[in-house]
Structures are given as structure tokens and as C-alpha cells.
Design a protein around this ligand. Structure first.
Ligand SMILES: Nc1ncnc2c1ncn2[C@@H]1O[C@H](COP(=O)(O)OP(=O)(O)OP(=O)(O)O)[C@@H](O)[C@H]1O
Ligand SMILES: [Mg+2]
Length: 468
């Protein structure tokens, strides 16, 4: 429960906001309280000053009594003394704290106007002011005003209650807002969590809403595309397994069939030799297939060594032509090569031989008898380009995007007429890309196919491991 994101976010927000609000309310409260206390004190002082002004105009017993009478009806207390501190009039009973204040007053130094003489409202019963009575520059007496500190405390209590009320409302509103906000953030996360659970259970149609234009929307989009990728990978894996089992089963069926015949029947020497040679051929095919699969697996693990060196393309092409010519001759396919002597680049010659042999082998396999293949090598400042064109059957448009996929063959029956397993172009692509190059294929059915390889010339001499 405590680990729930909504709760964590909510609590974090709540405490942060609570601290901010508390601080702001505290400052506001202190300011307001200070203002209210000052207002009460000033009011008391102004009252005392008014009385002293009246008495300065008319310092008589009746006026003195009148002032005392007036304040006896109010919540304030007035005590009027003579210039030496002797009490002349008081509006209410004189309390000990009042006597103490009066006695404490220094009657030798007379303030020119009223002063606050007691403002410790927290500790005392009364706050007090002193307004001197001066007639014709002669010091005649003092008007002491007292206000009960209960008054101040009452005002502050009222203020505190108001703040408490507002504070509670604010906290409630904050909690509601945070609850809504955190749900707003966490609900989509919960949905995403459920979707990923579905994903791990193997259900790829997770139906996440990806319309949101914020980070959560992006996350939902990323997960949706991940689920599509997973789905694609799953299909690819199934197809791969189906193809691979077909590729393995066919030679094994042949081998077993012929081995059975050899084992169980009395054969002539010629038949025996033929059957054994078929078994050998199938074994050869099988080991090539396994070698290719193993190479691809190593490429996937980035542990496929690429040993680059300076290679003159002319030399490489010549050695490849020597290797492929006997195969081409069988089908009467002509190979035209154009490769300037000077072109060189830093590549792994063995790997490139493998690539070009496969491309030429494809061109030959899918060419008609007596067809033509052209191999051209060109260079620019940064790239060398190797182009192989044939006039064979071509590749249908719908298949073209997939020919670099592992085990992909246009011919779905995977007939053994042309013998390929559909790994050649996949390996070629990996090798070319390991050289930071690109491989492209263009084809038109019944017109022919063109394969273009572009590799940077580079200056890398050291040995490096396959690295995509
Ligand atoms: N020049 C081409 N003309 C027509 N189809 C081609 C050509 N090159 C490739 N293809 C098609 O692309 C598919 C994949 O080619 P790839 O070289 O990967 O496999 P393969 O030649 O069938 O088998 P492998 O190369 O493993 O022996 C081929 O099966 C073929 O259908
Ligand atoms: Mg091939």
C-alpha cells in the first residue's frame, strides 16, 4: 500500500504543500497579529492623549471627574495623577499592577508627548500608556491609560480561529486536489502496468491509448511499439523455426532414405557410389547451413571477427571470378567485370569474398541459361561501390523488402532445385554493415536484379571485432 506510486506522489505533494502553506500562514498570522496589537496600543495612546489635551485646556476638578466618569463606562481604565504621581482620579479600582506602573514612572523627565509604558501583553494583565499634562510649559500631571490584555488575547483568539478554519479548508482542498492529480498521473500508469502484464502473459493486443501528448503518452506509445515488435519477433521466430526445421528435415530425409537403401538392398557398385555421393552432398549442405547459422549467431552476439586490411578490389574480384567461373560455365552464363586497377579500400577480404560469392551465386541461380551477369566496381571520394546486375527472373515487389531476412526465400515451397537456404543475403547484409557500409537490392520481375554495395574507403588498419 505504502509503495503505491499514487500514495507516494500524494504524500510528497501533501507534505511539501503543507510546509509551504504553513510557512505562508504563519508569516501572515504574525503580521496580522502584530498589526492588531499595534492598533489596540495606538488606540489606547490616542485616547490618553485626547484626555491630556482636554485637561491641558481645563485642569479642574470637574473636568478630572468627568474624564474618570467617561472611562468608567468604557473597557479602558484611566488614572490621572499630579506631577509627582499622586493619584487624583481613577475610573476603576486601582490594581496592584497599575500602582506598580505608576510608581515606576520617572517624574523628573517628562515626555513631550504620550508614550507606551507597558506593552508586554503576553505576561501582564494590562498594557499601559502615559500622556503628560503640560500647561504653559509647566508640568501638571499624567493621564495613565490601561487596557486589559484580555482584549488583545480575545482579538488574537478570534484571528487564530479564523486561521484554523481557513487552514482546515485549505488542507481539505489540498488533499482533494492532490488525490485528483495523483490519480490523473497514476491511472494511466496503472493501465500501462496492466498492459505490460498482459504482454508478459503473451497477449500482444494491449490496446493502450496513445493520444496523450505528454511523457505518459510517449510511454504508452513506446510500450505499444514494443508490443508490436514482440509480436513481430514472435511471428518471425515461428517462421524461422518452421523454415529451419524444413531446411534440416529435407537433407536428413534424403540421407536416411539413401542410407536405408544402401543398408537393406544389394546394389551394384555404380548405384552404391551414386547413393553414397548423394548422402555426402546432403551432409555437405547440412554442414554449410549449420555453419551459416552459427556465423549469424556470432554476429548477433557481436563476436564475429572482421579483420580489415588494404585490399585492391581488382585482386579480390579476380580471385572471386576464378572461383565462380566453373559454376557459371555449367549454365552458360557470361560474367562481365569492370574494375579499375587502382581502387582499394580497408575491408576484410575473406568476408567480402563470401558476400560477393553469394551475390554472384544468386545472380547465377536465378539467371536463365545463357544469361549475362555484370560486375562493376566504382569509387568516389569516400565510398567504393560494387554493383552486380543480372538478367534473371527478378524478385516480386512484395518479396523484395524481405530478401535480407534470415531464411527468407521467394519460393515458399523451399524447393531444392536451386538449393539455397535463404541465409546468404542476411549474412551479406550483416558483413557489409559491419564495415559501416550499406547493401541495397533493386529488382524487376522478368527483367533482372541489381545489388549495390557501398563501403567507406576508410583508413582503419587494426583488427576489429564485429560491431554494429
Ligand atoms: N539475383 C536474384 N534474382 C532473383 N531472386 C533473387 C536474387 N537474389 C536473391 N534472390 C531471392 O532472394 C532470396 C534470398 O536470397 P539468399 O541469398 O539470402 O538465399 P538463397 O540464395 O536462397 O540461399 P543461400 O544464399 O543461403 O544459399 C532467394 O531465395 C531468392 O528468392
Ligand atoms: Mg544466396
Amino acid at each position: 500500500m505504502v509503495n503505491k506510486l499514487s500514495l507516494k506522489i500524494g504524500m510528497l505533494f501533501f507534505f511539501v504543500i503543507l510546509i509551504i502553506e504553513g510557512l505562508l500562514y504563519f508569516i501572515l498570522y504574525m503580521n496580522l497579529a502584530g498589526e492588531r496589537i499595534e492598533e489596540i496600543i495606538n488606540n489606547l495612546l490616542a485616547r490618553g492623549n485626547t484626555h491630556s489635551e482636554v485637561l491641558e485646556d481645563n485642569f479642574e476638578a470637574t473636568t478630572l471627574e468627568h474624564v474618570g466618569l467617561m472611562e468608567s463606562a468604557s473597557e479602558f481604565v484611566v488614572i490621572i495623577t499630579d506631577e509627582a504621581g499622586k493619584i487624583l482620579v481613577h475610573s476603576d479600582p486601582v490594581q496592584s499592577e497599575m500602582t506598580e506602573v505608576i510608581e515606576r514612572t520617572n517624574y523628573d523627565s517628562i515626555p513631550s508627548e504620550g508614550v507606551v509604558i507597558e506593552e508586554r501583553w503576553k505576561d501582564r494583565q494590562f498594557i499601559a500608556t502615559d500622556s503628560p499634562i503640560t500647561i504653559n510649559k509647566e508640568h501638571r500631571g499624567h493621564v495613565f491609560m490601561f487596557a486589559h490584555t484580555n482584549q488583545v488575547k480575545r482579538v488574537l483568539d478570534h484571528l487564530s480561529n479564523q486561521f484554523l478554519f481557513i487552514g482546515i479548508i485549505t488542507v481539505v482542498l489540498t488533499i482533494i486536489t492532490i488525490f485528483i492529480l495523483s490519480r490523473f498521473i497514476t491511472l494511466p500508469l496503472m493501465k500501462i502496468k496492466r498492459a505490460t502484464e498482459q504482454l508478459s502473459e503473451g497477449n500482444h493486443f494491449i490496446g493502450l491509448h496513445t493520444e496523450r501528448r505528454d511523457e505518459l503518452g510517449e510511454l504508452a506509445q513506446a510500450i505499444t511499439s514494443l508490443s508490436n515488435d514482440l509480436d513481430r519477433l514472435k511471428n518471425e521466430r515461428n517462421e524461422f523455426l518452421a523454415s529451419i526445421s524444413h531446411e534440416l528435415r529435407t537433407p536428413l530425409t534424403y540421407m536416411k532414405g539413401y542410407a536405408d537403401i544402401v543398408y537393406s538392398q544389394a546394389l551394384t557398385d555404380a548405384d552404391l557410389k551414386e547413393y553414397i555421393s548423394i548422402i555426402r552432398e546432403e551432409t555437405e549442405n547440412l554442414s554449410i547451413l549449420i555453419k551459416h547459422l552459427f556465423e549469424l549467431a556470432k554476429m548477433d552476439q557481436h563476436s564475429f571477427p572482421i579483420r580489415r586490411e588494404k585490399v585492391f578490389l581488382k585482386q579480390l574480384v579476380t580471385s572471386i571470378v576464378d572461383l565462380i567461373t566453373p559454376v557459371l560455365e555449367k549454365k552458360d552464363v557470361a560474367l562481365f567485370v569492370r574494375c579499375p586497377n587502382h581502387i582499394s579500400c580497408y575491408i576484410d577480404p575473406n568476408r567480402f569474398q563470401q558476400v560477393l560469392l553469394n551475390i554472384l551465386d544468386n545472380a547465377n541461380k536465378y539467371s536463365v541459361k545463357g544469361g549475362e551477369i555484370k560486375l562493376e566496381v566504382k569509387d568516389s571520394d569516400r565510398y567504393i561501390e560494387i554493383i552486380v546486375r543480372d538478367q534473371g527472373e527478378g524478385i516480386p515487389k512484395t518479396d523484395l523488402p524481405y530478401v535480407f531476412d534470415r531464411l527468407y526465400r521467394v519460393e515458399k515451397s523451399r524447393s531444392r532445385k536451386n538449393g539455397g537456404s535463404g541465409l546468404g543475403l542476411a549474412i551479406a547484409k550483416e558483413i557489409v554493415e559491419a564495415h559501416d557500409g550499406i547493401i541495397q537490392i533493386y529488382s524487376e520481375q522478368d527483367v533482372g536484379t541489381k545489388v549495390i554495395i557501398k563501403v567507406p574507403k576508410g583508413e582503419v588498419i587494426e583488427e576489429c571485432t564485429f560491431n554494429r
